[in-house]
Write a protein that binds this ligand. Structure first.
Ligand SMILES: [Fe+2]
Ligand SMILES: [Fe+2]
Length: 343
């Protein structure tokens, strides 16, 4: 009867052979007699629910076995039909079970596709975020290079301060997520100097008071430039505070101790180190031992004593080697290669 309707059917006469067949062929639908040799219908049904619960099972039963058939439905059979078959009843039951099976399959495919779609979208998003982070860093590099053009005397200062800052920060240590903020803050700490007239920046001698006042505005100018950019907000706070002194005598706000963001306290030491190790318009670079001594003397006044302690615990040679390796052209990715900032 079913074949006349286009169904492809296989008849199996005992439970064990049926198990074998199901393992090999995975049929779309099973009509299962309650009474079978070797393994009966209920046992086979229980096995099948564990083996592949998606295959609908229609129990085939006589009028005397109705209660057993109902029990089978409670155990997961989809429906039952009575023997001998009523043609319409058979087609109806098989048709419904078949439709049910289609729905289950479609639903399953939908779930799989959905999962794949979610995975694909997540990969796309991660990729986009990576690109975005890369373009952030490219933007920072462009800004940093623009500053170098303005202030050729201190060429590479931002990059070296970044490397020193990260080096100290890793020994403090600071959380990994803060290192990125810190690297950006260090890289841009003097960005406000872009707005300072070149003749003041490059003046070949000590600055007078009005000139000092002008140069000091680079902290606020830098802060105002960066604070409007969401991914540089935290870095902006560090930039604003990088000339504060631990004892409260720095600028622009006269903050003291832990009021000064940790990042700024670290950059303060790195900045002083690079300034002393570099030629300035009016004095030659100092030797490393001298620079270390100056920083030691500034502990508690200019610098956070804890940061100075960390700085002094790092061997002199570390800074010398690092300075030599930071040749230009320098890229933020160089820091990554040196393992100084998280990838
Ligand atoms: Fe500065
Ligand atoms: Fe600086």
């Amino acid at each position: 009867m079913l074949e006349s309707r286009g169904y492809c059917c296989t008849t199996i006469s005992n439970g064990r052979d049926a198990q074998e067949f199901i393992r090999k062929q995975a049929p779309d639908l099973i009509l299962l007699d309650l009474i079978l040799p070797e393994i009966d219908g209920i046992q086979l049904l229980d096995w099948l629910r564990g083996y592949n619960p998606e295959i609908p099972v229609i129990m085939v039963t006589t009028i005397h076995d109705i209660s057993t058939a109902l029990q089978a439905i409670r155990r997961g059979a989809y429906d039952y039909i009575l023997k001998p078959f009523e043609k319409d009843e058979l087609f109806h039951a098989v048709g419904r079970a078949w439709q049910h099976r289609q729905l289950v399959t479609e639903n399953k495919n939908y779930q799989i596709n959905l999962q794949q779609e979610v995975e694909r979208k997540t990969a796309e998003l991660t990729n986009a975020l990576d690109l975005l982070t890369q373009s952030y860093d490219d933007t920072l590099e462009a800004l940093g290079s623009a500053l170098d053009l303005q202030d050729m005397e201190t060429f590479g200062h931002s990059q070296r301060v970044t490397a020193y800052t990260i080096s100290i920060a890793k020994s403090v240590p600071v959380p990994l997520s803060y290192l990125t903020v810190l690297a950006r803050g260090a890289f841009l700490h003097d960005i406000g100097k872009m707005a300072i007239p070149g003749q003041i920046l490059r003046k070949p001698g000590p600055l007078d008071d009005p000139e000092k006042q002008i140069i000091r505005t680079h902290c606020e100018i830098g802060y105002n430039m960066l604070t409007r950019i969401p991914f540089l907000r935290d870095a902006a706070d560090i930039v604003l505070a990088h000339h504060e002194f631990f004892d409260g005598t720095g600028y622009p706000r006269g903050l003291c101790g832990e009021q000064i963001p940790l990042g700024a306290r670290i950059i303060s030491v790195a900045n002083a180190l690079d300034a002393m190790l570099s030629d300035s318009p009016y004095r030659k670079a100092l030797p490393m031992s001298h620079a270390r001594e100056e920083i030691r003397r500034g502990a508690g006044t200019q610098f956070d004593p804890k940061i100075v302690e960390v700085f002094l615990s790092i061997p002199e040679n570390h800074w010398i080697v690092m300075r030599e390796n930071l040749g230009s052209p320098f890229r933020l990715t160089h820091l990554k290669n040196m393992g100084l900032v998280p990838h």
